[in-house]
Design a binder for this molecule. Structure first.
Ligand SMILES: [Zn+2]
Ligand SMILES: [Zn+2]
Length: 279
């Protein structure tokens, strides 16, 4: 089975725990057909906290512009150093592009990037879904905003893979045990899929949920199958590891989900172009 891990973080992400080089050495041990580092780049926190005039709290970090530069420089050096050992891709996980499209345009245009994951972690006026108090906020209102933002992201189209499309469920269902009726969002998710497919873009199976309380991938088989049935061909796979121990975790289960949904190929992006590899 050919496996790829195209969603991972190093210490060039504020919540990463292993150096980029340690991640890369681990990926070599796993004999992956393609491996991407995709450090966080939250568009709405690119500048310093002073720039936004925001109140500090214990979880929000700023200055993602500086993290981005560190990540690009280090990945470029590592790519050359390990070029004979692994198919290493210099990626980024671009968060909240719809909150500053002009800035997102310029970040996504950086020529050092092989690959851009477009993600939504928070919606305007709210914290990241990881930090929301769900006893004080209406889940449906939040999820409606989440998928509206995701649709805006899809229409923006300057990324390659749409990240973890059921991300809020990690916290709402997984951590808080609040059951969500996802059928309410099926129509807008279908709109997202239609736009992605029309633009030759894709989704990922993010396997982090398999090792967390949620217990399923983001998204699970239901949505991957729907994407395939609608004509989707571009499917990525990522562990969303934030430390070398988690790198590659669940990706063979993710590949099984891909096969069960009818996919025969996985896709990774090199120099922003899709490459298909038989599972
Ligand atoms: Zn993410
Ligand atoms: Zn991530």
């Amino acid at each position: 089975m050919n496996l790829i891990d195209c969603h991972t973080h190093s210490t060039n992400s504020p919540d990463g725990n292993s150096s980029a080089e340690d991640m890369l050495k681990t990926a070599i041990k796993h004999k992956l057909s393609a491996y991407a580092l995709t450090d966080h780049c939250e568009v709405n926190r690119w500048f310093s906290i002073e720039h936004y005039g925001a109140e500090p709290n214990e979880y929000d970090t700023y200055d993602f512009g500086a993290d981005f530069e560190k990540s690009m420089k280090e990945n470029t050096v590592l790519k050359e150093k390990y070029k004979d050992k692994i198919n290493f891709l210099c990626g980024i996980e671009l968060g909240q592009a719809p909150l500053d499209l002009g800035l997102a345009d310029s970040i996504a245009a950086d020529k050092r990037l092989d690959f851009v994951i477009g993600s939504i972690h928070q919606v305007v006026s709210y914290d990241d879904f990881a930090f929301i108090d769900y006893s004080k906020n209406d889940v449906d209102t939040l999820l409606k905003m989440y998928y509206d933002n995701m649709y805006s992201l899809c229409k923006w189209n300057k990324f390659d893979i749409l990240g973890h499309i059921t991300y809020p469920l990690r916290y709402i269902e997984g951590d808080k045990g609040i059951k969500v009726d996802m059928s309410k969002y099926e129509e807008i998710i279908r709109c997202c899929f239609r736009t992605l497919i029309g633009n030759g873009k894709g989704i990922e199976i993010n396997t982090s949920g398999l090792r967390q309380a949620y217990g399923k991938a983001f998204p699970d088989l239901y949505w991957v199958k729907m994407f395939k049935e609608m004509g989707g061909e571009v499917l990525s796979l990522g562990s969303d590891a934030h430390c070398s121990e988690d790198l590659g975790k669940g990706i063979s289960d993710g590949a099984e989900i891909a096969l069960a949904a009818g996919f025969k190929y996985l896709c990774f992006f090199k120099e922003r172009k899709p490459n298909f590899i038989k599972i």
